[in-house]
Design a protein around this ligand. Structure first.
Ligand SMILES: NC(=O)c1ccc[n+]([C@@H]2O[C@H](COP(=O)([O-])OP(=O)(O)OC[C@H]3O[C@@H](n4cnc5c(N)ncnc54)[C@H](OP(=O)(O)O)[C@@H]3O)[C@@H](O)[C@H]2O)c1
Length: 259
């Protein structure tokens, strides 16, 4: 069928290797599944082994190639060790997705050094270090895709942005710096910008039905996000189809940001 050949030439990830941090939960897990089902061999990286093993088990049951690495991305040594282990599973990655993230939410007045440091380490430094480790190889091979997951809070203050918003704003700048460096060599670098997505990250906020309804009303689509809403955008950004899209922040937020 012509449509299958056409779609596959544009979007297939057959033969690609992807590393997805935070690939064991929420948005990262949905993206890891999407990339794997589109043909990539996927390595998921996070701390908790049970969730990692469950994710890989689910993908393997669907006939996908997947592996996991348990690592703490809040330290530089942890990130470096994780990168080597991840590259050992299926080879050097063509696609890097940075979805691991934390939102500790203390109000600005109560923000201490420890929360600031951990937030920057996981949300900003780990994506930077992984980019430094994998970006040059992608450029040398002439193909690469780096995808960061940022937040509305990269663009506006929203529910105690504190250190989190700062880390996400810087992550969008990092994507632009990476895009500037590596796009001439076939490596595009972009960010996906969620609105409010019902995942474990938002467990506390999600328990208040009034809050959940108020946030849904701020979108145009009329509901909050689901992890699977990121699948199509992630496959697009990981594929050949997005070769001319780089340094961009792509909002997957049901219209929240433009309402
Ligand atoms: N949900 C939303 O509404 C929303 C909105 C805007 C942006 N985002 C962003 O989207 C991304 C994914 O969020 P999510 O909602 O899918 O969250 P989630 O379900 O809590 O998933 C977070 C993932 O990051 C991993 N992780 C956290 N700290 C880590 C560390 N120190 N080392 C290694 N892995 C670590 C977690 O695994 P372990 O705990 O096992 O390590 C988990 O796999 C985050 O960057 C978040 O900031 C989410």
């Amino acid at each position: 069928m012509i449509s299958q050949t056409y779609l596959s030439e544009l979007f297939s990830l057959d033969g690609r290797v992807a590393v997805v941090t935070g690939g064991s939960s929420g948005i990262g897990r949905a993206i890891a599944g999407a990339l794997a089902r589109a043909g990539a061999s996927v390595v998921v990286v996070a701390r908790k082994e049970a969730e990692l093993a469950a994710t890989v088990g689910e993908l393997a049951a669907d006939g996908c190639r997947a592996a996991w690495v348990s690592a703490d991305l809040s330290t530089r040594d942890g990130v470096r060790a994780a990168a080597e282990e991840a590259a050992g599973a299926f080879g050097e990655p063509d696609i890097l997705v940075n979805s691991a993230g934390i939102n500790l939410r203390p109000p600005m007045g109560e923000l201490g050094d420890e929360v600031w440091d951990t937030t920057m380490a996981v949300n900003l430094e780990a994506p930077y270090l992984l980019g430094q480790r994998f970006g040059p190889g992608m450029a040398e091979r002439g193909f690469g895709r780096i995808i960061h997951i940022t937040s509305q809070q990269a663009h506006r203050a929203f529910v105690q942005s504190g250190a989190y918003g700062v880390s996400k704003g810087a992550l969008e700048s990092l994507a632009r710096s990476q895009a500037e460096a590596w796009s001439p060599y076939g490596v595009t670098c972009n960010t996906l910008v969620p609105g409010f997505v019902m995942t474990p990250l938002n467990a506390r906020l999600s328990t208040d039905p009034e809050n959940v309804a108020a946030l849904a009303a701020r979108t145009m689509v009329g509901r909050n996000g689901l992890a699977e809403d990121f699948e199509g955008a992630a496959v697009f950004l990981a594929s050949r189809a997005s070769a001319y899209v780089t340094g961009q922040s792509i909002f997957v937020d049901g219209g929240l940001s433009v309402h």
